[in-house]
Each structure stands twice: as C-alpha cells, then as structure tokens.
Design a protein around this ligand. Structure first.
Ligand code: GLY
Length: 369
C-alpha cells in the first residue's frame, strides 16, 4: 500500500465584527465594506421584512443593483424547497463565487440564507443583518446555518461564519411584544447559563424591556453577544462548551416539531428551559428556590404552559431522540447548578438523563401552573 499525505495549511483564524448601533441600516456607506464595491449583492429576506426594509435597503444599495429575493415568513419555510428556490433564482441571475448575500431578517432568514451561502458554488460570503431581537442576540452570531427536515429542527446545515454582522437596534422598535419576548428568552438562556448578574438585570427590567427602553435593550443585546462571542470563539464546532447554548433547546426543539412549528422558537425554548431546569432540580443540582425564580420570571413574561399541557410526555421524549446531542442511544442535557452556573462534571457539559426523570420533569412542569 502506498500512502500519499495531503497536508492542508491551517486556515488563518477567522475573525469578524458585530456592528451594533441605531439608525444606520439604511446608510450602507456606514457598514458595507469598500472591498465589496463592484460585487453582485443578493438580499435574501422574507415577505414581512421585505415590506418594511427590503425595498428600502435595495434602494439604499441602488449602485450595486442588488437582487432582492423574498420567501414566505415563518419556520415552515426553513426547508429544502425554499433553499432550492433561492439557489435557482441566484443561478438565473448569474450569481457567482464573488456574489455576496445580505441576509436581512430574523432567525429563519439568517439560518437559510447562511446555509445557501455555505453551499452555493461550494461557499460564498454573506453578511448577517438581523432585524429581530432573537436574531441579534443569538442566531446571527456564531455561524450556525441550517434547514429543518421531517426528522426535526436544524438537522441539515453547516457551520459557515458571516463576513460580519450588522445589528441596527432601531429595527427592534417596530417589533410586536411577542417578538421581543421571543428574543428575550434566548438572552435569558445565555445569562442563565453564564451570567447571574445579567439574569438579575433582566429580572429587574421586565417593564423597561417590554416598553423597548433602548438603553436597557442595548445593554442586554451587547452583553448577550459578548457572552456568545466568548463561547463560540473557543468552540466553533460545538465539540465542548458551545453546547451550553443549547440549554432548553432539546425539549424546546421537540415541542416546536410536535406543534408543527406553530409555536414561536423562544416560547418553545422557554418551556424547554422550565423542563430542563426541573430535571436539574430533580437530580439534586438546582435548588427549588432557583427553579421558582425562573418560573416566576417566565410567568411575568406571560409564558403559559398551555402548549406543553396539550402534549403527551412519552411523545415529547420520543421527539427528543433525533436531537443532535444524542449519543449511545441516550439524550444528553445541559443542566444547571444555579442561575449563571451550569453543571459541569469531569469535562462534561451535557449529561445523559433517563427517560423516567425526563418524564417526571415534564409532568411536574405541566402541573405547576
Ligand atoms: N444557538 C446556539 C448556538 O449558536 O450555538
């Protein structure tokens, strides 16, 4: 046997910036890199965001004659068909390897536009322009891109980092209250696993957040992004610490799938957080007092248990079995020791939990409120 060794020079460490400000989105001279002059731009958005910002951004970028592509809003569009349709339209318009995608919208748009960027002609550049709190705080940062399949959420995708992220806080001023809460849950999740001070900051500022106090929201967005950056920069591919960002998501994704994505992601994750915090409590890691603090915060945010109560425990457990954290036939969970502090044991961030404990936790949460 002869052996020929392929040695690929290590890639330069990638770095990119997350630009946060107010009222600069429609002035691209402030954020679009001069390197992109003369390049073909494709704005990918959904029909809701298109009505508010799509045309306006296309006009602001008129020199580039951008191609504006839009699809039906909602998680149900995050599938093969939408991806293929976007790619076909890009081929029709002769997009090539130098084309830059501008992903304009919430989490669904960012995930799908990023995934198109990751595979179009084996990968092209893209810029994340999140317009929702959820996308600013979580999905636009860190390079996770994906679509959903019949088997579950985000099961096909790629790690593909954006060239940069442009977060204009003014976009949040038109968001309905449910969308503010939807995004806030991801901030609460990251604070709950990493930063008790900011968890308390959210807990003490609920009214200000709901009333969209720009300073409070800016503090939360910046701190959530800083924490996310520090986690992802050490573990892009989720081999270790990044998995903590999935707290609440194993049960949350199962609930989204079972409700056919009719529940908003953040609301499903909130129910997932309650169940996964309850598991932590049943296993003796998290005190009942901490669990009750989380529960009362969610009740103040009008997170009701009604969707969870409609679901059958065994079916939820079955739906978790396609989770990406599954190993050796056992679903593994991020667990909490206290607010701001995950249960970390012997270099292990996710822990196998028996179906029996998960079932007990779901039943207790279902009967809690
Ligand atoms: N949304 C979780 C992560 O980016 O890892």
């Amino acid at each position: 046997m002869n052996e020929i060794v392929m040695q690929i020079l290590a890639k330069q460490p990638a770095s990119y910036s997350i630009k946060i400000g107010s009222g600069f989105l429609l002035n691209p001279a402030e954020w679009l890199s001069l390197d992109y002059q003369g390049k073909q731009l494709v704005i990918i958005t959904d029909d809701n965001v298109n009505k508010i910002y799509g045309e306006k951004l296309a006009n602001a970028l008129a020199n580039y004659k951008p191609l504006l592509l839009s699809f039906l809003p909602g998680e149900k569009s995050k599938n093969y068909l939408t991806k293929q349709s976007l790619e076909d339209q890009m081929f029709e318009h002769h997009c090539n390897r130098d084309t830059i995608i501008l992903s304009l919208g919430g989490g669904v748009v960012g995930d799908i536009a990023g995934f198109v960027a990751s595979t179009y002609m084996r990968g092209i550049s893209y810029i994340q322009i999140p317009t929702t709190l959820l996308a600013m705080i979580d999905s636009s940062v860190g390079g996770k891109t994906a679509i959903n399949t019949n088997q579950g959420k985000n099961l096909i995708g790629a790690f593909w980092q954006p060239s940069y992220v442009v977060a204009d806080l003014n976009c949040l001023m038109t968001l309905p209250k449910v969308q503010v809460i939807n995004g806030l849950i991801e901030a609460i999740k990251i604070f709950m696993t990493n930063d008790a001070y900011y968890f308390n900051y959210v807990n003490n500022n609920i009214e200000n957040i709901i009333n969209k106090d720009i300073l409070v929201i800016k503090n939360i967005v910046e701190q959530a992004i800083k924490l996310k950056v520090s986690v992802v920069s050490q573990d892009e591919r989720e081999n270790k610490h990044r998995v903590v960002l999935n707290f609440g998501h194993t049960i949350g994704h199962a609930i989204e799938k079972m409700t056919d994505y009719t529940i908003l992601h953040g609301y499903a994750v909130a129910l997932g957080i309650l169940v996964e915090a309850k598991i932590s409590q049943l296993l003796g890691f998290l005190s009942l007092e901490y669990y009750q603090i989380i529960q009362s915060l969610f009740f103040r945010l009008n997170i009701t248990l009604s969707e969870l109560k409609k679901l059958n425990c065994d079916e939820i457990i079955l739906a978790t079995k396609s989770d990406k954290k599954m190993k050796l036939n056992s679903v593994r969970y991020v667990l909490l020791n206290e607010i701001g502090n995950i249960h970390y044991d012997d270099n292990i961030y996710v822990h196998p939990v028996s179906d029996e404990i998960v079932k007990k936790a779901i039943c207790e949460v279902q009967h809690d409120g």
